[in-house]
Design a protein around this ligand. Sequence first.
Ligand SMILES: [Fe+2]
Length: 275
Amino acid sequence: MDQETVTLKIPGLTRTYTFFHTSDAHVEIALETDAEGGKQRAEYAAEKYTNEGSNIPASTLLNAIRTADEAKADGLFLCGDIGDHYTEGTIQFIRAALKEAKTEVFYVMGNHECAGAEDKGSARQTFAEMMFGCPDFWARDLGEILIVGLDNSDKYYTEEQFAFLNEQIAKNKPILLLMHAPLMTDAIIDPVKEKWSEEMGAGACDYFLIDRPEDTSHPYRRFWDLVQNPENHIMAIFAGHVHLSNDGEFAPGKRQYTMVPTYMGEIRKVIVTGE
Ligand SMILES: [Fe+2]
């Protein structure tokens, strides 16, 4: 896979960490039908997708996992929309692919994960095992760094999520925050307009980005105020949704990254170092 590399300096770390960041693989897998008309399990087909490249999103997802594995990375960030629709074949495939990963996978919900599901509540629970038991929010303590995931794919922030994020902040460790929809930073507005205005019209930025309302009680504004606070150690946000690569600040010294979709065959390597 083509890689672009960013280096994030976090004073005080005793070693260097390597992560890979991707999102929006948009994998769509139909269950295979055998000669008797029975449905085969999609996971058995994983090898086929790697070798033939017949399903580009599926093969690029497997390539992303392989890239992280070969680099012996500390983690692979999957920032949502890994599946294009909620179908049995797609879920089986993603589950099998992530199970085979040697790298720890940090996965947050996108707006596509449960798209088309009849019962979104139970569809969400399918992802719990891939998201440390809780698709709404999770955290993993790597010792010196916390990786925190929040589901903002329906563009809301719940009181539970605020409470959870505050709990993580109170641990006083550097936080890398993963979510699907990015913040509406100055750096991302023009690229989003350029990419999406033709298709989405004037509402493109509002559809893709979390804006910062004047009303300080609005959940978006409360989220902005929380993550921008220089007192906490939220060092970077990794997101997806916009299908373009972007690197900008959401507060002095705090960076937000988005990435082109996995199916474009590119991935971001993230070096986190104390030096
Ligand atoms: Fe997407």
